[in-house]
Design a binder for this molecule. Sequence first.
Ligand code: NAD
Length: 273
Amino acid sequence: IPSPTIQLNSGHEIPQLGFGVFQVDPVETQRIVADALEVGYRHLDTAKIYGNEAGVGRAIAESGIARDELFVTTKLWNDDQGDPEGAFQRSLDELGLEHVDLYLIHWPVAERGTYVDAWKGLQAIAESGRARSVGVSNFQTKHLDAILAEGGIAPAVNQIELHPAFQQRELRGYLAPKGIHVESWGPLGQGKYDLGELTGFQAIADAHGKSVQQIAIRWHLQEGLIVFPKSNSKERMAQNADVFDFELSAEEMDAIRSADQNRRVGGHPDEIN
Ligand code: NAD
């Protein structure tokens, strides 16, 4: 996959297009991730709560791909915010890795009052070299303000719900000048709405001879977002990566930008506690 890379504030590079494994059955994960690696994905996004880190790790081990050619992300689950070091070590053990490329706080769960200390824990993990970069997920500006006020290193990324019907312009406007890159989760709207029903979308897909999913992925890439669509099917994995032989024009990018409906398909960060 000829994915461009993006340089994070840690100095490390992340492949802009990756593969996510949310809701991938732990029993099937090894096979599905092996398929993704065969298709050519080199960036994998998992989490402790997905329950499938071990399958991701087995697929990596069996692939024979050099560790430094892979970019692996996992996440600190909410219940573990009081012990990031212990939780991180358990994730490394499950993955069978000596380091991850990116470790994220999965949700702020602000009512628990633990995310600022958890962030200090992630900074220490980054300093130890066992996570090359660290960041956050589902953080709003108020949560970012709170951790940035502590000083130290800034998060490399904020991984947030982002797709054509929910484009997060305001939060992106806050993050960009701080050098915090945006990762789009649910980049295809998690299949919860038909991309083809958004104004202009189907016509753009037809003009390029591509699926509406490929148009969405190409849009994320041209927006400078990091994106890792999920599919259990090898054919769709290949389709989702076949987005480097065409370009959306400035007009098409604008048309997709105006299809924003401020429509969430997943949980609101204030409601996940
Ligand atoms: P997604 O937007 O990638 O959609 C996945 C769904 O789209 C699949 O169920 C599949 O049926 C469908 N699909 C995929 N490719 C298709 C194609 N070519 N044609 C038609 N349908 C297709 O949703 P996602 O998996 O939730 O998001 C991607 C990744 O983001 C996850 O796997 C996970 O790694 C991450 N994520 C993170 C959080 C978080 O809180 N940080 C939350 C959700 C997801």
